[in-house]
Design a binder for this molecule. Structure first.
Ligand code: FAD
Length: 482
């Protein structure tokens, strides 16, 4: 067991976005479950948090006392369970390693985000999702946790495999205890066909979902059109040109387009050039109507972690999507200095919720410089993942900035205004793993079963030792429905 801490030096860490610094007093990388229990017994009474790959931007990831890194718990076992496939996966296993092990056995995960660098425990703990499916949390069938026994005070292992406890454990922000392993539903490997088209009409984009259920689309700022990445499962074999398509994506989109955006934002600082690039240049690098079929785990992901950035993602229900997208365009125009106020209708609604001064303060403070990715997420069977608690589909709208970490003041103003106004106007829920500027009361009000989640956390962790100061504010209030 490598436990650096207590009297010994603490190792400072930064998250991917470099917006958070972790300063643990002790850092432990246990090699197996017994060592996790030993660490818990050794540090009884102290705050203990596990981390994955620190790819979250939210304070969910902060661990300022005892930090556990479970990278060595990374075993993968695939079994047939009745008529479906289930993998038992060590908490610290990176998704990319899990996918390559599953692929060797002809299987894959039912749902994937844009990158595969995260650990499985980290990904499910914040409700990581892709497009056209439930989040990964939804497919979790059991969670193996280390926590303290209330009677003996000793560290124990508990398997959570049904009921509301499982719904809570599927997306728990690290608040039930230390996840040792999870069981997740898998499926046989499949191919995905994709092609791009551009449209000025949202209705046309949404109609295409019937033929392309896995699609996602992008609102192109300053051009105000929708670039649609139509995707569907495909029985056909991998296309002959699939390798060329991958190379094109890597060179032109993953690196070329992102280098250009990073260069314009970090070094040129010209809003006029940013707008011109989005109106004319950036959309033109995306080839339309090139239909390519490839393995799902290649097609659904990209190298989105190649350049440091920061992101807020807001989830709205389908019936709110059109108004929400119109509203974000108006806010981007105010923040970018194109308009001084919102159009009359939305300006009135902003006054009704008391945020009119915030619009004044936002004017000309931030020029958005990345396509707003819109992904459909099906309703989850969890207590607090972002698409839980409804029968309707949700749409996740993401706002990404490539500004240098030291120059993000305008972005934070924009993100905070969007989150606060959209939570009130559209009941928008911020992603738990991304910038999350709402206070505890506002967050709680967005989830009908938040009280149940809190009650279960308080049962599993009655001393609150698995919390950090952010989750403490969310979980400290008395549970009214317990
Ligand atoms: C470039 C990039 C692309 C992204 N793309 C997507 C995307 O497409 N879709 C999407 O939904 N999200 C996306 N994300 C967000 C990311 O998936 C989540 O923030 C995820 O939680 C990060 O996983 P991680 O392994 O880095 O965990 P961390 O960020 O290290 O931790 C996340 C949470 O999990 C908890 N945790 C981790 N391990 C354990 C454990 N063993 N026991 C208990 N709690 C634990 C931590 O305490 C923390 O609360 C992206 C992030 C980046 C940086």
């Amino acid at each position: 067991m490598h436990c650096i801490g207590g009297m010994m030096k603490s190792v400072q860490r930064k998250n991917f976005g470099h917006n958070l610094v972790l300063q643990p007093t002790a850092t432990c990388t246990p090699a197996n479950e017994q060592e996790v229990l030993a660490v818990l017994d050794q540090h009884r009474g102290q705050q203990i948090r596990a981390i994955g790959k620190l790819h979250s931007w939210s304070k969910a990831v902060v661990a300022d006392n005892v930090l556990l890194d479970l990278r060595q718990l990374n075993d993968v076992q695939l079994q047939q369970d009745g008529d479906h496939l289930v993998a038992t996966v060590g908490a610290g296993c990176k998704i990319k390693h899990l996918l390559s092990k599953l692929d060797r056995q002809g299987a894959t995960l039912p749902s994937l985000g844009l990158i595969t660098e995260q650990t499985i425990a980290g990904a499910i703990s914040t409700g990581t999702h892709g497009s056209g499916n439930h989040s990964m949390s939804h497919f979790v069938e059991a969670v193996r946790l280390a926590r303290y026994d209330d009677t003996s005070g000793k560290a124990i292992i508990e398997d959570v495999n049904d009921g509301e406890e499982l719904q809570a454990a599927r997306c728990s922000l690290g608040s039930l205890g230390i996840i040792l392993a999870i069981k997740i539903r898998c499926r046989t490997q499949y191919n995905v066909q994709e092609h791009f088209s551009e449209s000025t009409r949202l209705s046309e984009v949404l109609d295409a979902e019937a033929s392309f259920p896995l699609q996602q689309f992008y609102l192109i700022p300053w051009r105000w059109t929708y670039l649609c990445q139509h995707r569907r499962e495909d029985d056909q074999a991998r296309s002959r040109l699939a390798s060329l398509y991958r190379l094109y994506w890597l060179l032109v989109v993953d690196f070329g387009m992102h280098l250009l955006i990073t260069f314009l934002t970090r070094f040129v600082h010209s809003r006029r050039l940013i707008r011109t690039a989005f109106r004319h240049l950036i959309p033109s690098v995306v080839i339309r109507d090139w239909k390519v079929t490839d393995r799902s785990s290649s097609m659904l992901v990209m190298k989105h972690d190649a350049f440091r950035h920061i992101e807020i993602e807001l989830f709205v229900r389908r019936d709110q999507l059109a108004n929400a997208l119109e509203y974000v365009q108006e806010v981007m125009k105010v923040a970018g200095g194109e308009k001084e106020t919102l159009p009359e209708n939305n300006q009135r609604r902003i006054e009704e919720i008391g945020l009119q001064e915030d619009v004044v303060g936002l004017y000309d403070q931030y020029c958005h410089h990345y396509p707003v990715c819109v992904r459909r997420v099906l309703p989850d069977n969890t207590l607090i993942s972002m698409s839980c608690g409804t029968k309707e589909d949700w749409y996740a709208l993401s706002f990404i900035s490539y500004e240098k970490p030291a120059r993000r003041t305008g972005y934070f103003l924009f993100a905070s205004f969007l989150a606060r106004s959209m939570s009130r106007l559209f009941h928008a829920r911020p992603h738990w793993g991304k910038v999350c500027p709402l206070d505890a009361k506002e967050l709680e009000s967005l989830y009908p079963k938040f009280d149940r989640f809190r009650a279960i956390c308080n049962t599993f962790d009655s001393e609150g030792v698995f919390r950090n100061s952010w989750t403490e504010t969310l979980l400290k209030a008395d549970s009214r429905s317990s």
